[in-house]
Design a protein around this ligand. Structure first.
Ligand SMILES: Nc1ncnc2c1ncn2[C@@H]1O[C@H](COP(=O)(O)OP(=O)(O)OP(=O)(O)O)[C@@H](O)[C@H]1O
Length: 374
């Protein structure tokens, strides 16, 4: 069983609809119940900001700050983390527009948000993700990259460096500056970063596929088969240097075409995650709403197990309204599965009775009008 990472304290100031709130957690799962609009998802969002990036809503920091607050927002958390006890503080200081948030770990300013992954790994599942299989491929790519990131923290840097290189190539092409040596330099960089990104995604999917295979018999959820498509399809068994050379050559050949299109048409930024419902041998997008939800829950929980197995520490799970449409038996099976992962899960719902099968495995909180109490 992986080690448990658990939040022991969470304090919010001027965060969404919370002027000030504090939660004392005892290491068990946390169930947050309350009416619509009470502030349950806001609490989950606050926890999600303990990982790199803009949290589970991908919101602008200015929007997170409580309407009417004099300054910015802040989040403080204490946890029993992957390297022992740690205190994390994050937020923005003034209400003005900013793209960066301050981050302090044990009182010291962190150089990058990636340092958070030394202390905890977070995974979430929200109702906003229900359309993942039918929606835009960019959402599936972001989902895929978050899965990779929770195993391989360097993936985020790779992806942002690739984006930056691609933007400078697009700009040169857009301005008609076809300087071959300048472009070749950028394309070489794109090739090494782009292939590294694609290989990291491929490796994670391979590991996840194996784990899904191993746990298939016992899982109460349908199993997913996973494939990458849209970039270097079927070529990932070749040496990475050959793939890099091929991609660099592809970019060099497509300069005029890409200039015409106004963007780079080939690359890891065009890849898609293709998911099938294995038992039904059906594309996920053609499954029923309930089947899609079950597939997604199964996939995220399988990934949580993988993160626990590979890092030795179970991730913290944020499961927003996960039990809403399940019957009693399925809910109980779901809670058993979540508990069996060995980590701390935060779960929300409108009705406390829905979580009764958790018994004393969870701490129950009531959320009402921007206040939270046990
Ligand atoms: N920056 C902000 N300042 C003040 N209030 C905000 C801010 N952003 C969002 N809110 C409010 O926070 C409230 C609670 O939102 P939240 O999504 O957490 O509700 P919830 O309890 O998860 O509800 P539901 O059960 O409907 O999903 C909403 O009424 C929203 O208007």
């Amino acid at each position: 069983m992986p080690h448990k990472v658990s939040l022991s304290r969470l304090k919010l100031t001027d965060f969404r609809n919370y002027a000030a709130a504090a939660l004392a957690l005892d290491g068990r799962h946390a169930v947050l119940t309350g009416d619509n609009g009470a502030g349950k998802t806001n609490l989950m969002e606050a926890v999600s900001l303990l990982s790199p990036g803009r949290g589970l809503r991908r919101a602008a920091y200015g929007d997170i700050t409580r309407v009417g607050a004099a300054g910015g927002f802040s989040i403080f958390a204490a946890l029993d983390g992957m390297e022992g006890d740690v205190e994390i503080g994050t937020g923005i200081e003034t209400g003005e527009e900013t793209t960066a948030r301050k981050l302090r770990i044990n009182g010291t300013t962190a150089k990058t948000a990636d340092e958070l992954t030394d202390h905890l790994r977070l995974l979430w599942l929200t109702p906003a993700m229900d359309g993942l299989f039918t929606g835009a491929s960019s959402d599936r790519r972001r989902f895929l990259d978050r899965l990779v990131l929770s195993l391989d923290p360097a993936h985020g840097r790779r992806a942002s460096d690739f984006e930056r290189a691609m933007r400078s190539r697009n700009k040169l092409l857009d301005e008609g500056r076809f300087d071959p040596s300048w472009l070749a330099g950028i394309e070489e960089q794109m090739a090494s970063l782009g292939i590294a990104m694609a290989l990291a995604r491929q490796e994670m999917l391979g590991l996840l596929t194996r784990l899904i295979e191993e746990t298939r018999e016992t899982s109460p959820f349908p199993s997913a088969s996973l494939q990458l498509s849209g970039f270097m399809d079927g070529q990932f068994s070749r040496p990475s240097v050959d793939l890099e050379d091929d991609y660099a050559a592809m970019l060099a050949e497509s300069r005029y075409r890409d200039a015409g299109a106004g963007r780079t048409l080939e690359g890891p930024h065009r890849a898609d995650l293709i998911v099938h419902h294995r038992e039904k041998a059906m594309e996920a997008e053609r499954c029923s709403t309930g089947e899609q939800k079950a597939l997604l829950v199964g996939l995220v929980l399988a990934h949580a197990r993988l993160v626990g197995n590979l890092t030795g520490h179970a991730p913290i799970l944020l499961l927003d309204e996960i039990a809403a449409h399940l019957d009693e038996g399925r809910r109980a099976a779901l809670f058993d599965l979540i508990d069996g992962l060995g980590g701390q899960a935060f779960m929300t719902g409108t009705d406390r009775a829905m979580f009764s099968a958790l018994g004393d495995k969870a701490q129950f909180f009531t959320v009402a009008d921007g206040r939270v109490f046990e």
